[in-house]
Write a protein that binds this ligand. Sequence first.
Ligand code: C5P
Length: 205
Amino acid sequence: MIIAVDGPAASGKGTIARALARHYAIPHLDTGLLYRAVAANVRAMDLDPAVEADAVAACDFDDAMLADPVLRDDATGQLASIVSAHPLVRASLLQRQKRFAYQPGGAVLDGRDIGTVIAPDADAKLFVRATPQIRARRRHAELQANGSTISFDRVLTDIRSRDLRDSGRAAAPLVQAVDAATLDTSFLSIEASVQRAIALVELGR
Ligand code: C5P
């Protein structure tokens, strides 16, 4: 069984995808980490994220890099949304994601284009959303818990600019697949979101 979980930054898609993977005992790939790894390489190699050839030169990394905590910070997320707009960067990460999705036994992948590009024939597709304010509140609390002093307004501005970039790009923009079920987590606890996600997957099976 292949489960595609897409949605904007801080919508809860990662938490839901991990919980689904546990529930169905299948492997999970957070595809945002791949773009974050490219972003971290661009920074480490002092390349220009806006230049496609530079970003492509940063696409070479091994799985061990995906565990690096630096990938999770907000600056890396912003940079990831710049490098991920380049078609050649997306092309270079495509096979790796498709291989993961179509491995025997199935998988859960979360990202922006899983249901539309990576696994268009997934058995279940969820599009996870929440209002920008609520996503910013969650992200802000998470950053504060990690010792950051960033303001709420700054986090909200960052979320809005990432939404615009991810939805507005020409290559695999963030868009709900026509056959994806919507899961709005704005007013749901994590537990309730996960239960709803499982119910939606079961409905589609
Ligand atoms: O999901 P996460 O916030 O970690 O993703 C970081 C960035 O990587 C996103 O803002 C988006 O630009 C990009 N991304 C993408 N396609 C995916 C996953 C992430 O373009 N499948």
